[in-house]
Design a protein around this ligand. Structure first.
Ligand code: FAD
Length: 405
């Protein structure tokens, strides 16, 4: 019981907002909080508010399966995710907060000849970009994960995998809390339970936001980092984004003894699993096909997910599942994010991370903070402009995004 723990200090303040800020961040998920943290720490911009309609980190940040890797195919994406990976590697020290980043490696399984060709291509591309990666055969995969069914009796036998040893998992809540505390300490106001209901736009320039709780709050620049709600915010800005908001579900089992010490993902059988430090199997797969904002999904998707897991790991067939939930992910046509200026002056969006943005939390926050501080997009963010959907310069990462993760 916590009843004996009296006089605990608040980890962050609960301030009443000022009338005006240099920068307002809409959305207090991991990406929004990381943006605020780096704005204050790296760029000296401390007159900042993060406005969150619920509680900090209660959106996809709290709902994801925490896979962190950087083995994307194209240079633009690989550089962005690797920038993030490097920040992950020093994050607990930087924040002085244990985010439990565990580089236990990630296997992306191949079950067909085409899978294996794609894996060879992606690993070679990764290595040319200085990102660690190896192509493994089925025997090597079996050595890393003895409980995986690598026999030829499987419906889609495992032929091999890509292996990123530096990949892994982190503790999702700790990431949000660490960034929140670091931002608050440097003077950022974290405003919870406050929904942004409209953007205030004068002469094509954003000048603030309108909230139900505090009315108007003004700002020189506004950055929207609201994941599944990005289309709603874009509408307030008077433009559209090529995003679809889908439910994405995950589930965890009862805690069991250590049995899986790496991350295993399969695009073909379509499911993935890791084991948390608590002992539960953390399981996910694909999006629900329909659009919505309900943060829940349908049973058929969970059934499909479990079928895939049992096919890969017959040994898990009688493990009981403990909890299941859903988040709303903002999927983009080329499976890459949007980190961008918009048609409205001083209004910036960071979204479209879809099923795979947790791994990018520090990197996304860092490049978005640099962009907001200077009013000009960071070089790593430039390829991810929303205007790529006007000129056709897409960065197609469907292969590396694969099974939702
Ligand atoms: P969020 O954490 O969703 O934060 C957005 C915040 O904006 C929310 O807190 C919301 O309340 C707030 N907001 C929205 N509208 C308003 C408004 N009008 N006013 C004020 N606040 C508002 N990624 C990986 O890399 N690896 C994985 O293994 C992985 N697994 C996933 C599994 C599931 C089931 C899900 C749902 C997602 C998964 N993802 C994964 C994706 C990842 O969770 C997201 O890409 C990432 O967390 C997005 O972070 P965020 O901070 O942008 O969004």
């Amino acid at each position: 019981s916590f009843s004996h723990h009296e006089n605990w200090q608040r980890v962050w303040r609960n301030p009443t907002p000022k009338k005006k800020y240099d920068v307002i961040i809409v959305g207090g998920g991991g990406h929004g909080l990381a943006t605020a943290y780096y704005l204050a720490k790296e760029f000296g911009v401390t007159n900042v508010a993060v406005i969150e309609k619920g509680f900090l980190g209660g959106g996809n940040t709290a709902r994801n399966t925490t896979i962190v890797r950087s083995n994307y195919l194209w240079d633009e994406a690989a550089h962005l995710y690797e920038h993030s990976m490097k920040l992950w590697e020093g994050l607990s020290q930087d924040l002085n907060y244990n985010v439990m980043f565990s580089q236990r490696g990630c296997l992306n399984l191949g079950h067909t000849l085409q899978d294996m060709r794609d894996i060879e291509r992606r690993v070679n591309a990764n290595r040319l970009n200085g990102i660690d990666g190896e192509v493994l055969d089925a025997q090597q995969v079996k050595e890393i994960v003895p409980v995986l069914d690598c026999s030829d009796r499987a419906r889609y036998p495992v032929m091999g995998a890509s292996w990123q040893p530096r990949a892994g998992v982190a503790r999702h809540d700790a990431v949000a809390w660490g960034f929140a505390r670091g931002a608050d300490t440097r003077g950022v106001d974290l405003i919870q339970q406050t929904e942004v209901e409209d953007l205030i736009i004068e002469d094509g320039t954003v000048v603030g936001v309108r909230t139900a709780r505090y009315g108007e709050i003004r700002a020189d620049r506004v950055g929207c980092v609201v994941a599944g709600n990005s289309s709603v915010l874009a509408k307030m800005g008077g433009f559209e984004l090529p995003l679809e908001s889908h439910p994405l579900q995950a589930l965890v089992s009862e805690p069991i003894k250590p049995i899986l010490d790496t991350v295993v993902m399969s695009n073909q059988v379509h499911g993935y699993a890791s084991q948390s430090d608590k002992g539960d199997l953390v399981i996910g797969a694909g999006i629900d096909g329909y659009n919505g904002y309900g943060q829940r999904g349908s049973y058929s998707t969970i059934e499909h997910t479990i079928q895939a897991i049992v096919e890969m790991f017959p040994v898990f067939s009688r493990v009981r599942m403990n909890r299941q939930w859903g988040g709303i992910v903002d999927t983009c046509p080329d499976a890459c994010p949007i980190i961008s200026e918009t048609p409205v002056k001083n209004l910036f969006f960071n979204c479209g991370w879809g099923t795979g943005g947790f791994k990018a939390t520090p990197g996304s926050g860092h490049v978005f903070a640099a962009s907001l501080a200077k009013g000009e997009m960071h070089p790593l963010a430039k390829p991810f402009s929303m205007f790529r959907f006007h000129n056709g310069a897409l960065v197609d990462e469907h292969g590396a995004a694969g099974v939702a993760h």
